[in-house]
Design a protein around this ligand. Sequence first.
Ligand code: PMP
Ligand code: GLN
Length: 390
Amino acid sequence: MTNIKSKLPLVGDTIFSEMSQLAQQLNAINLGQGFPDFQPDNELLNAVCQAVQQGSNQYAPMTGVPALRQAIHDKVIAHQGRSYDINAEITVTSGATEALTSSILALVQSGDSVVLIDPSYDLYAPVVTLAGGHPVHVPMNPPTAGNPRFSLNWDAIADAINQQTRLLVLNFPHNPTGLTLREEDLDALEQIAARHPFLILSDEAYEHIVFDERPHVSPVSRPVLAARCVLISSFAKTLHATGWKIGYCCAPVEISREIRKIHQYSVYSVNTPFQAGIAAYLKQSQTVQTLSAFYQKKRDRLMHGLASTKLRPLTSEGTFFLLADTQALGQTSEKELAIRLTREAGVATIPVSAFYPEPSSPLANHHLLRLCFAKQDTTLDAAIERLAGL
Ligand code: PMP
Ligand code: GLN
C-alpha cells in the first residue's frame, strides 16, 4: 500500500475537461472550453513547418528564443506602452498556465495571502494553496435587473488587502465575465498600492480581444504599478492556437529572476520550432491588429442569435466568451443546467459557478452560463438553432 497524502485533496478534473468530455460523449456542440474550432492562419502554420525543416529542433534557451523575446518586447511596447529588457525581464513559458504557476510558486511564501477577484479562473486558488499561501476571495458585484453586468468592487478589494497580502491577481479582459478595465480602475489600484507593498499578477491572456473600440487597459501602463507587476499573456487566443502552449511573462528583473528559477526546473525551455515560427510570423502578420474586429462579429452573431432562444446575453466587452442569463429555463444550479443543456439541446457551456470557491453555494449561482464564440459561424448558427428548440 502506498501512503500518498494529496497536496490538493479538493481538486478534481477542471470544469473545462469535464464539459468537453461530456460534449464529446454526447456529440454536442462545444461552446464550453475556450478554444477555436478553426485553423490558425496558413502563413503561421507554414512558418512553424519551416522552422522545423530548417533545423530549429533542439533546446531553446531557458528564457526563450531570442527572436520571440524581441517580438514580445515590441508587442508589449505597442500594446501596453511598457519596455521590458529582452534578456532579463521577458521569459517564454509553456502557455500562460505555466507563467501563472511559476510566478505564484516563485512569489508566494507560506502564510502569505493572495487576493483573487471572483469569479476567478480555476488555476489561481489551487496554485496559491500549493505555494503555502491563503487565497482571499473578493466577489465582483453580480448583475442585477437594474445593472445587468458584473462590476468591480474596489472598496471590498481595498478592505481585503493588508500587510500580509503578497499578491493581487487581476485578469482583464476577464474570463468568464468579459469585463475590461478602465482608467478609473487603475486610479483605484494606485491608491491601494500607495498604502501596501503587494505585488500584482496581471493575466492578460485575452489582451487582443476587446470590443466596441475600447482600449486594452493594463496595470503595466502606469509606472508605479509596473514596478510591482508580472504581466502574463499567451499566444493561444491571439493566434487561434490553444494547443501550442506558448505564453510569456514580463516583470522587473528581480521578480523575473525568481520566476525563472521555477521555470528552469519545471519546464527548462519551451519547444523551439513553435517559438521560432511565431516570431517569424509576427513580423509580417496583421492578425493581432484585426483580432478584436474578427471576434466582435462573432460576439454579435451569437448575441443576436440568442434572441430566438430563452437565454438572455449579457454584454461582453472582451475575450471570446459571453454570459447568458438562464432564469427563463428555471434551474437554480448552473452546473445542473449546463449538463441538462448538453444532454437535451446538444450544446455544452460552462457554469459560471465553477469560477467560485464553492460552486454549489447560492452565492456562486446567478443563473449564468458562459458561452464561447471562438467558433465558425456555421457552428454558432447550429448551436443557436438547437438552443431555440428548447
Ligand atoms: N488565463 C486565463 C484567464 C485563461 O482563460 C487561460 C486559458 N485560456 C489561461 C490563463 C491559460 O492560457 P494558456 O492556454 O496559454 O496556458
Ligand atoms: N482557459 C480555457 C477556458 O476558460 C480553458 C483552458 C483549460 O482547459 N485549461 O475555457
